[in-house]
Design a binder for this molecule. Structure first.
Ligand code: HEC
Ligand code: HEC
Length: 197
């Protein structure tokens, strides 16, 4: 190696190393507890536990606050999340929301006739009562601000939430009236389109 090149190469190595370190967001200490249920890197492998990787931070924060009010959550959410939500400070919640938001998001994998029917409802709505989901959740279900990413979520979890909105077990959101008019088949189609199992 030409000696005059050494400083340039050293700087490049440091820059590459810093770049690699920045690709993985810094992990807050409480995240390990969350990941014991929500999976390593938030990529849950349990069908009834939502993926948090790539989730919108505004939504994550809203949801964490909602778990503090048992009248707003499903019995399952109250059982699983009450203790977690009550033990984190606002600062820690913000750090966790930022951490999960920056992890690589899951992808949709739904294919086949059922998913195709779901895609149509997602983009165009169905009848006068069911609005196009894409209007709020984004063209590909990526979400924005307080509206959640739903692309790449577990099929069972999406079904459970749509049913909870329909039964008004999860309340106070714009989702209830969309779900009231859905048939079981339409829910299955939407979940098949959005999910990655
Ligand atoms: C004991 C297991 C468990 C632990 C630990 C846990 N969660 Fe959860 N969490 C769940 C389950 C199960 C649900 C789904 C509840 C339902 O059915 O609505 C959930 C739901 C959530 C949701 C709602 C996601 C969505 O898409 O609406 C957020 C946000 C969340 N958890 C964040 C956290 C954070 C942050 C931590 C760590 C401080 C944490 N969770 C720890 C089990 C857990
Ligand atoms: C008017 C805007 C709007 C429309 C249209 C809409 N949503 Fe939502 N959706 C929301 C908001 C906001 C939330 C978060 C509610 C909360 O925090 O409780 C949500 C939550 C959800 C959730 C729960 C996600 C989670 O991680 O727990 C699912 C599933 C969902 N919507 C599916 C759909 C589907 C399928 C459609 C189309 C039939 C649709 N939404 C149409 C705004 C909308």
């Amino acid at each position: 190696m030409n000696k005059s090149h050494f400083p340039v190469i050293a700087v490049c190595v440091v820059l590459l190393w810093t770049g690699a370190a920045m690709a993985q967001p810094a992990k807050p200490s409480q995240a390990a507890g969350c990941e014991s249920c929500h999976g390593a890197g938030g990529d849950s492998q349990k069908a009834d536990t939502p993926r948090l990787n790539g989730q919108q931070s505004g939504y994550l924060l809203t949801r964490l606050k909602e778990f503090l009010d048992p009248t707003r959550g499903t019995p399952h959410a109250n059982k699983m999340m009450w203790e977690n939500a009550t033990t984190i400070s606002a600062n820690d919640a913000a750090a966790l929301a930022d951490y999960f938001r920056r992890l690589a998001p899951p992808r949709r994998s739904g294919i086949g006739a059922q998913a195709e029917a779901g895609r149509r409802i997602f983009r165009q709505g169905a009848g006068p009562a069911i609005a196009a989901c894409a209007t709020c959740h984004g063209q590909d279900g990526e979400g924005t601000g307080g509206t959640p990413r739903i692309a790449g979520q577990h099929k069972d979890y999406v079904m459970q939430q749509l049913q909870a909105f329909m039964l008004t077990a999860r309340v106070g959101t714009p989702m209830n009236h969309h779900a009231w008019d859905m048939t079981e088949e339409q829910m299955q189609q939407l979940a098949a389109y959005l999910s990655n199992n």
